[in-house]
Design a protein around this ligand. Structure first.
Ligand code: AVJ
Length: 326
């Protein structure tokens, strides 16, 4: 059972400055804190619990789509591809594709070093034929292939599941898609999950489950600030609010101050009136044609789009066309 361990490439990404970003976000109006800070150990657990709630359909729907279409996806991509997963720190959904796809190598990229290392080793153990080149990097700053990644016979393929694209505003999404297009090059592919627009009731419930797990996930941000930044948020004086804005086409999550209060974070005092909010997440929803339009702005054309049986969630296969003038 001896097999080479994974290749681990460490680009030593600069960790996010939690204190600086929280303070900057609390000084701003409207106040906001970036959603990337949800995912401490407790937040990651709570996110996993969200994906198991009856209301949060996204994960189940995407897994259904990938499972039902794994063979066709593999057929369209061919074997011997180089499969890259930006933010793929847990190597979870890619398992659905690996057996059929048989890529020449898999390159998960993530900023979270030990999480990435453990997940990469697990996937390598589970698929002994697979060459794994884990790359510790902040893909939002540097999306490059690690040195030593093989030159594939087949195409370069990026995989970005989960509707994580929804956390970007549309301009940011085009920028991200452009970086992916550059990474995979002309003829390269992107397989990406995007949650679809749908009725407000379904979306509101998905982000405000009856068991209150999404509320705990949102409020955990304040607990994290208290713990890590010497904050004194009174957790009982804050409430989770999530709603779908049908005009903008996005979920907004906020933390709402239940009363007038002042809060100290890292020595700085912030005053909140009753009803003031901190915007903690946006999650954009896209009609298929709308998403294809964004992708076109970044140089992709649509090869295929698959949805689940209820039509809730889309997985898009996009290919980089020849650059204009080529
Ligand atoms: C991980 C960003 C895709 O927006 O649906 C779930 C995060 N927030 N419930 C999403 C999330 C609240 C999730 N993404």
């Amino acid at each position: 059972m001896a097999r080479p361990s994974i290749q681990f490439h460490d680009l030593h990404p600069t960790p996010a400055d939690f204190a600086a970003e929280v303070l900057a976000g609390l000084r701003r109006h409207p106040r906001c804190i970036p959603p990337k800070f949800f995912y401490d150990a407790r937040g990651s657990q709570l996110f996993d619990a969200i994906t198991a709630t009856p209301e949060y359909y996204l994960t189940r729907a995407e897994v259904e789509v990938l499972t039902a279409n794994a063979a066709e996806i593999a057929h369209r991509l061919g074997t011997g591809s180089l499969l890259v997963e930006p933010g793929g720190g847990s190597c979870a959904k890619v398992r659905i594709l690996l057996e059929g796809l048989r890529p020449c190598a898999y390159v998960p990229m993530d900023i979270s070093r030990e999480h990435l290392r453990a997940a990469a080793e697990e996937v390598a153990a589970e698929f002994p034929w697979l060459e794994v080149h884990a790359s510790c990097t902040d893909f939002t700053r540097a999306m490059t292939l690690p040195e030593g990644a093989p030159e594939p016979e087949g195409p370069r393929v990026a995989f970005f599941p989960g509707s994580s694209i929804g956390n970007f505003d549309p301009e940011g999404a085009v920028r991200f898609l452009g970086a992916v297009a550059t990474l995979v090059g002309t003829g390269g592919f992107l397989l990406i999950g995007a949650d679809r627009k749908k009725d407000k009731a379904t979306l509101d419930a998905a982000y405000d489950d009856a068991a209150g797990i999404t509320a705990d996930f949102n409020l955990n941000l304040l607990a994290r600030i208290n713990r890590e930044l010497g904050g004194d948020f009174a957790l009982e004086a804050w409430r989770h609010r999530a709603f779908y804005d049908e005009v903008v086409g996005r979920i907004e999550m906020h933390l709402v101050s239940e009363r007038e209060q002042s809060v100290r974070v890292a020595g700085e005092v912030f005053r909140f009136a009753a009803g003031d909010t901190i915007h903690t997440e946006s999650s954009y929803k896209y009609a298929d044609a709308e998403f294809q339009g964004l992708a076109a702005c970044a140089g992709f054309r649509s090869e295929a789009v698959w949805t689940d049986s209820r039509g809730l969630f889309a997985v898009h296969l996009l290919q980089v066309g020849a650059p204009p003038g080529a």
